[in-house]
Design a protein around this ligand. Structure first.
Ligand SMILES: Cc1cc2nc3c(=O)[nH]c(=O)nc-3n(C[C@H](O)[C@H](O)[C@H](O)COP(=O)(O)OP(=O)(O)OC[C@H]3O[C@@H](n4cnc5c(N)ncnc54)[C@H](O)[C@@H]3O)c2cc1C
Length: 415
């Protein structure tokens, strides 16, 4: 039976980043993935991943430290955004954040999730780690038996000092560990797709709060097949029946309806890719750790996509866990012990909860059409727009910048 310092379960954006960071730090790591690792070389040029992420500067820093950012840049599917405009469709409230106000070239980047995973998987290829692909975890030894033993669907058994669940929202590792969650459905399903618009998106992320949901237009780079075209990824959160009705509309009717709800800010919507509807659920593990076990990314927390923070929080988990395990090894501590893993939980749980509470209050505030609340939020938005310290604080939260970040989330030092 093979033994590892750490087994990471799940090779999504979070698990693949974590594996890179841990291998770079000198740990003996195994990565278990139910599917197969992505390779950009397998993509047809005109195929687009409908799942996109708005990556913060802190996430960009992490991917730079891991060596994935130059690979992402070389794929030429990266769209920086320099402004963010948010407005209330039921009033006059409007907020604008710009990179210029922050004295930065951009606020973040929009990119297809597959671009991120395939760059990370490319980074992993030459590294010294063990990959178990196309196999799932089917069982795990309980916490009082150390080291932890994982049984794979392939019949293999592997052990590790620490098992990390990076296996997404429906984490099998979380389930096998019996770690409870607090969770509930948002009253929204998200309709996601790529659309072609008639006007330049002005490198701006647009978000309109409507009477029954939230509509975001995120700028995308023009594809090689249509270099002069203007494209956006949309995330349209609305009640399930409304999302499904929009998904079922013929393309021209959908484009017409979408242009109307977006108030034609980028001119008529001209075309759309296939539309996907995703149920949105808030989930938070009450504990992220057990002896010899840790949860990261969506396995630990999923939040409403309205501020595009899900994977950014997961990548902050990665930086905090690498730091915690490095320090423990340096100090000669047992990696599997609760006092060590508590440090990771302390670094991340409060921040994740704070961001989740903020998103929850936005979703509730904008989901309520009471005239008094509508008046309050419209005057509140206009007030924040004029009040630079609060605006500055909100912008910094969204960009994920701040003085107390782990080293992997900070900008690499230039010599
Ligand atoms: C509509 C929408 C829009 C979003 N927009 C943004 C955004 O703009 N910015 C942002 O930061 N976040 C955004 N998010 C959130 C973001 O997509 C997630 O936070 C992110 O994908 C989570 O990554 P992960 O690696 O933790 O999990 P996943 O991507 O779910 O990866 C889990 C991996 O584990 C593997 N796996 C699962 N079970 C097993 C098993 N038993 N054994 C082995 N392997 C297993 C899976 O195959 C997969 O590869 C959005 C989410 C939604 C729904």
């Amino acid at each position: 039976m093979s033994h590892f310092d750490i087994i990471v379960v799940g090779a999504g954006m979070v698990g693949a980043s974590l594996t890179c960071g841990l291998v770079d730090a000198g740990f003996k790591v195994a990565l278990v993935e139910a599917g197969q690792l992505d390779c950009a070389c397998d993509w047809p040029q005109n195929e687009v991943d409908p799942r996109v992420s708005a990556l913060s500067l802190a996430s960009q820093n992490l991917l730079t430290h891991l060596g994935a950012w130059p690979l992402i840049e070389s794929m030429q599917r990266l769209q920086p955004y320099q402004a963010m405009r948010v407005w209330d469709g039921c009033g006059t409230g409007e907020l604008e954040f710009t990179a210029a106000e922050q004295h930065l070239p951009y606020l973040g980047h929009i990119l297809e999730n597959r671009t991120i995973t395939s760059a990370l998987h490319q980074c992993l290829a030459p590294k010294n780690y063990t990959l178990f692909e196309h196999t799932k975890i089917v069982d795990m030894s309980p916490q009082d038996i150390t080291p932890r033993c994982l049984s794979l669907a392939s019949g293999e058994k592997i052990t590790a000092d620490v098992v990390v669940g990076a296996d997404g929202a429906n984490s099998k590792i979380r389930q096998l560990a019996g770690l409870p969650t607090r969770e509930w459905d948002y009253p929204h399903h998200a309709l996601v797709t790529r659309v072609k618009v008639s006007q330049d998106h002005a490198n701006t992320a647009w978000q309109r709060f409507t009477e029954n949901g939230i509509l975001a237009f995120l700028p995308l780079s023009s594809p090689g097949t249509d270099p002069q075209g203007h494209y956006c990824s949309i995330v349209w959160s609305q009640p399930q029946a409304a999302a499904q009705a929009m998904q079922a509309l013929p393309e021209d009717e959908f484009c017409h309806a979408l242009s109307g709800v977006f108030e034609g800010r980028l001119g008529p919507v001209l075309a759309t890719d296939p539309r996907h509807v995703i149920a949105l659920r808030q989930r938070h593990a009450k504990r992220y750790i057990q002896t010899g076990l840790v949860l990261v990314g969506d396995a630990a927390h999923t939040i409403h996509p309205l501020a595009g923070q899900g994977v950014n929080l997961g990548l902050l988990d990665v930086a905090a866990l690498v730091l915690t395990l490095q320090q423990a090894r340096h100090d000669g501590q047992d990696l599997a012990s609760l006092p060590v893993l508590e440090k990771y939980q302390q670094l991340r749980r409060r921040d994740n909860l704070r961001m989740m509470a903020l998103m929850e209050s936005f979703a509730r505030l904008f989901g309520n059409q009471h005239p008094l609340l509508s008046l309050l939020r419209n005057s509140g938005m206009n007030w924040v727009q004029k009040l630079s310290p609060i605006k500055q604080h909100l912008a910094q939260q969204a960009m994920g910048v701040g003085p107390h970040l782990p080293p992997l989330s900070q900008a690499p030092k230039t010599t």
